[in-house]
Design a protein around this ligand. Sequence first.
Ligand code: NAD
Length: 476
Amino acid sequence: MRTTAGPPAPRPAPSHGAARLAVVDPATGEPFADAPDEPPDRLDAVVERARRAWHDWRADPGARTTALCAAADAVEAAGDDLARLLTREQGKPLAEAHAEVTRTAARLRLFAGLAPRVRRIDDGRPVHSEVRWRSLGPVAAIVPWNFPLQLAAAKFAPALAAGNTVVLKPSPFTPLATRLLGSVLAGVLPEGVLTVVTGREPLGARLAAHPGIRHVTFTGSVPTGRAVAAAAAASLARVTLELGGNDAAILLDDVDVDRIADRLFWAAFRNCGQVCMAVKRVYVPARLHAGVVEALAHRARTVPVGPGLDPDVRLGPVNNAPQLARVEEVTRRALADGARAAAGGRRLDRPGYFFAPTVLTHVPPDSPVVTGEQFGPVLPVLPYRRLDEAVEAANGTGFGLGGSVWSADPDRAAEVADRLECGTAWINHHAELSLAQPFAGVKDSGVGVTGGPWGFYGNLRPFVVHRPQEEGPGRP
Ligand code: NAD
């Protein structure tokens, strides 16, 4: 195995006796740096600072646009350091870490250019209403470990652009790139506008419940999402939840397997399958099943797996030991219940959290690898005889994040896609998003909307001025 030296890890001088959080490189399984393990009691001061910073930040939209564009430039300028650190702590290939940094900067630019639209409402009476928009106050952004920078930016970019201030909490598995991002942005944003806090639970729980927080925007698992909603209920803060997914890909009987196999494989295995909207189950007409399994299994057997800093590697390790244990368990259970591994099926015999890219056949439909979220490099491929069966199975879990339909005839695929109960349906691809589109799960996959103008308005509240017609300014 080739290894490449990582960037120097940020290691701020520890204050005497301060607790630290060890950060493990998933490619070695060894700690390589640490971050502050901040006590939840610190949140009072952090949220108060965010509240004070909000007064000036919300007042000047022009200054915000300038600052957020400067923030995007600063992220790009620090791109190499951010990407290498991200790969080191998260495990993804360096090219994907660079893409994540690029999207972080792009989100800042996109939202920097948005302004809320003032609307005048006339309904024939001698009064009119003017709908303006106001920011909410300090926002808590709580982020998981699979896309630490990109998901953070999906929260803080619209929140800041709307005039709020933000307290950002990354996962304790991946605090380092987010801390570096925080210090890069501290160079261009006013003090207190964006604060990064790192530490173990109950830091996130206390942040979600903090009475000074007016919006909790959370991405993570369904059980934690429920806990966040309950915590935020105490102060009736707004809640936006992006939760898990169990997206199905349905292949129709006219699909050209050779043509789609690469796209389908990467839709399931990118970032080692640790993508909320990855393909997590494939439904294939029985006649095509063997060919599809072999096309996917061949790719799973031959894809270069290794440390993300190695330029030849396309698939890194699973991010952390508990997640690796979950992936092992869900696979073990499927195999015990009669599934067969057409590729992989076990942990790789090497240091680090590597799991062989796995394609499963003969999987019982009630196996947890089908009904739940494996969130790892394991893909069940299930045959179907009637299309209705496949649609029913695709809709048959508690999740509703995304889904896709694959066919030589995109219009036919679109008709089937229309029957999927989810937030985003793709035709002949999967898990591609424009930053400008809304993203929203249904059922257990989420509450609220992020992305584009919809995500921007999710960080604002309407403020209505109602006045007699004759006292208003002339109509435009
Ligand atoms: P997680 O729910 O364990 O943790 C997410 C974040 O919440 C972390 O920062 C964690 O420290 C924090 N947290 C833990 N307990 C908390 C509590 N009681 N209150 C407040 N915060 C708390 O999720 P994870 O394992 O880090 O990430 C994987 C999950 O995230 C998967 O289920 C995946 O599908 C989901 N995810 C969803 C999306 C989406 O957009 N829908 C995107 C990426 C990941």
